[in-house]
Design a protein around this ligand. Structure first.
Ligand SMILES: [Ca+2]
Ligand SMILES: [Ca+2]
Ligand SMILES: [Ca+2]
Length: 253
């Protein structure tokens, strides 16, 4: 009797997804790239409960012609809990410096999300289930069942490509629009990035002052892709960076 009741309770769930762990009820909410491509993120949102089986999935990207596929990130661990309307965030290594918090998953390298034209796909590892696809800008390749490309990826430092609606059938050009970025980690931590170019600014306050000199000096002779003070893009803290700060000292953007 108890078994019959349990089965009836499941059937009476009324078309709502059963509580089986999965990954395919997911939407891309937001795609962002800084002007230099160092800070990029993709925010995804579950549209049903128990979308935790992310180890089965990956995010790939395509060049503007759709001919070249690049692995953005292979998710290799499941998510502890991921329920309806919760977001999760994947971002490049330099995201944490700019946003002040780490994403849920770190993309192994910067600049993997193509822009301003391209396509980002969330799919299973085997490639047999395209869960979500967003093509944008002057992308000319196939976009599967996801309609025509959305607007170009803004890459102006402030705006992202954002989901504004969901239609059936999907259509990227209707479902996405340009708007202010707001990366949101699964625990609700969020930020608004302002990475508009600003010569000499190392701490994203759009003023060039002693704090920027300090940042350059504290990273002098260090190397790495995410140095705040690497203003000349050399990959190393050096005199070139100091010259840029001093040349713009006491100015604002
Ligand atoms: Ca995977
Ligand atoms: Ca500053
Ligand atoms: Ca440098």
């Amino acid at each position: 009797m108890r078994r019959t009741l349990t089965l009836a309770a499941l059937v009476c769930a009324g078309g709502a997804p059963l509580a089986l762990a999965s990954f395919h009820l997911m939407r891309i909410d937001e795609i962002y790239s800084s002007p230099d491509g160092r800070v990029q993120f993709i925010e995804l949102r579950a549209t049903a409960n128990n979308q935790t089986q992310l180890s089965n999935t990956r995010i790939v990207a395509f060049d503007p012609t759709g001919a070249v596929e690049t692995l953005v990130i292979d998710i290799t661990a499941n998510f502890p809990a991921l329920n309806s309307q919760e977001t999760w965030l994947v971002a490049t290594p330099c995201f944490e410096n700019a946003a002040g918090f780490a994403p849920d998953y770190v993309i192994p390298a910067a600049g993997l999300i193509p822009g301003p034209d391209g396509r980002v796909v969330f799919r299973n590892d085997a490639g047999t289930n395209i869960v979500e696809s967003v093509a944008y800008g002057a992308y000319t390749g196939s976009n599967g069942a996801f309609g025509t490309p959305a607007a170009a990826l803004p890459m102006d430092g402030q705006n992202a490509l954002r989901r504004v609606s969901t239609t059936n059938p999907h259509n990227n050009s209707v479902n996405f629009a340009t708007g202010a970025n707001s990366p949101k980690r699964n625990d609700g931590t969020t930020a608004v990035l302002d990475l508009r170019p600003c010569a000499g600014d190392t701490n994203f306050d759009r003023t060039i002052d002693f704090a920027d000199i300090n940042n350059v000096l504290s990273e002098f002779n260090q190397s790495g892709p995410c140095l705040r003070g690497d203003l000349d893009g050399s990959g190393t803290g050096n005199f070139g960076d100091l010259n840029i700060v001093l040349g713009n000292y006491n100015t604002s953007c």
